[in-house]
Design a protein around this ligand. Structure first.
Ligand code: HEC
Length: 180
């Protein structure tokens, strides 16, 4: 009996030990498996993904900004030139029309009216159709020429050589328009 139970105990103990060992081994293997299979993979993926994502995100951004910065640089240069030309075009296109009368009016008020407002030196009065009609009939180029180079008591450019031809012509246009 004793030996039987004794054997049984040992057997049970041995079985239990084996079971424990097996379970422990399985658990350990599962852990290792999960650790080796999951964690490493996860960590690797995480490490690779972040790096890859960052690298990809950084490269595209850097690549795009770089070209963008490079392109803008030339673009600004060309853009500056273009805008400048564009601005000049409108400036030279619009102002002539808008500033023509403005420059003409300003120039007239600042200089030409000295004689043309009162008819001094027999200058044709501003807005005097009777005085201007025969002169306008000679053609605008003739009037430009008289204003630019002078005519009798009419001094070249009204006596102010600093005025540009364009300003003088604009002023003639302004005076002629007022006399029509
Ligand atoms: C010092 C006085 C004086 C000033 C200043 C003066 N003019 Fe005259 N202007 C005259 C006289 C005088 C005439 C007439 C000349 C003539 O036909 O003998 C004249 C004539 C003109 C004519 C007609 C020319 C023609 O061929 O019939 C124009 C255009 C004219 N002036 C424009 C101007 C403008 C533009 C200014 C200002 C930038 C100006 N004048 C300033 C005295 C002046």
């Amino acid at each position: 009996m004793t030996s039987f139970f004794s054997k049984l105990k040992w057997t049970a103990a041995a079985v239990a030990a084996v079971l424990v060992a097996v379970l422990a081994q399985q658990a350990l293997q599962q852990r290792m498996a999960s650790t080796a299979a999951n964690q490493p993979v996860t960590s690797v993926e995480e490490r690779i993904k972040p790096v890859g994502t960052v690298a990809i995100a950084a490269i595209p951004k850097q690549t795009t900004p770089a070209p963008a910065a490079v392109t803008p640089a030339p673009a600004p240069a060309a853009g500056t030139g273009a805008p400048a030309n564009t601005a000049d075009a409108p400036a030279s296109a619009t102002p002539p029309v808008a500033s023509a009368s403005k420059v003409g009016e300003t120039t007239y008020n600042g200089l030409c009216m000295g004689c043309h407002a009162t008819g001094a030196l027999q200058a044709p009065k501003f807005g005097d159709k009777a005085a201007w009609t025969p002169r306008i009939a000679t053609g605008i180029e003739s009037l430009y020429n008289s204003a630019l180079k002078g005519k009798n008591s009419m001094p070249a450019k009204g006596g102010n050589p600093a005025l540009s031809d364009a300003d003088i012509k604009a002023t003639v246009d302004y005076m002629v328009a007022a006399a029509k």
